[in-house]
Design a protein around this ligand. Sequence first.
Ligand code: ASP
Ligand code: MG
Length: 421
Amino acid sequence: MRNIVVQKFGGTSVADTDKIKNVANSVIREKKNGNDVVVVVSAMGHTTDYLMKMARDISETPSHRELDMLLSTGEGVSIALLSMAIQAQGYDAVSMNAMQIGIITENIHTKARIVDIKTDKLEKYLDEGKIIVVAGFQGVTPDGEITTLGRGGSDTSAVAVAAALNAERCDIYTDVEGVYTTDPRIVPNASKLDFVTYDEMLELANVGAKVLHPRSVETAKQFNMPIRVRSSFNLDDMGTLIKGADNMELCKPVTGVAVDMSKVRIVICDVPDEPGVAAKLFNTLADENISVDTIIQSYGRLKNNTNDIAFTIAKTDLPKAIELFDRLSDVIEKDSVHIDENIASVSIVGAGMVDRPGVAATMFDTFAKLNINIKMITTSEVKISCLVDSAVAQDALKALHKAFNLGCDIIANVKGDLPDI
Ligand code: ASP
Ligand code: MG
């Protein structure tokens, strides 16, 4: 029986040639443990940002096909260099891009989803004892067009390759030591979690804990592939294991808290309370690829047969959304659109909150004590989010972390760059 381990190294871990040599050591270490190793890498350092900037210098609206042609080159550089670094240490390695492997995606540029991964060549090289270095982030359509999976997509490439090969596990090496109870830059005594369920990680990823690309967690959940998020600077630390729920381990109601500052709230008042209105509004947004996360519709008002719809979208989509509201003038009156940009959503996440009363009450109590007004509340099975004024969001986060007893005595030692909050 073959033991396959998929390792993934992000841009910071391969930022220069010395770091690439270090990555080669980690890869060889895993190979020496007796495993077959497939390594997925991102582009070096900020390469993708730099490529993106050049495209924008040339055109404000570059074609998405050409953007994918351009952005996919970043990973082409890092796979070849890493493969050379492994070979330089006397091990057999081969680099492969998405086209060579057959990482097949939908025919959508800049945010394609993987639909299939061919394993014949991968298996062949593994049979020959080779370490395979795979380009993350990129794919190819059945027609041979190059696609990319969306920013941060190498995590998803790694998990998908691991699932396709039925690997033992997928280790995602990063510049933090694992998944924390919250952002250690805001709450210095945030503790590292040993274990997180897929559902918790999905919620954490969606509400601002940007350790992993959310789609990588969806894929892992779908194929029940364990992911270990671990530090590329501390190979002995086991990091955080993300896997399916095990009730024995769900002793705390709340696992983590997170804040998301990237959204705006839009409230549309007095829309006609009749069938088809929400469909029209959200179809129009969907047609322009604007994704909406929280939607709340209140009780209709009987007197004038109208309703209010509130929802949140990414700040970056706001200009486009405003244009669309103008086009929807038959259902939306101009002065009935209220936009609130100074909001943040603060969330508590925990698989242990299912069937445990009082969790929401503790959250609301914590806000009440700080005199924080809650503008909107949404829940899922493992999450409660409150929209609050962005100015008080960090205080809210700190207070919740304390109220749910998530801190530890040690101040987190965060190395490297964390993604922006
Ligand atoms: N290089 C790509 C990016 O910067 C993919 C990744 O790093 O995961 O978004
Ligand atoms: Mg990344």
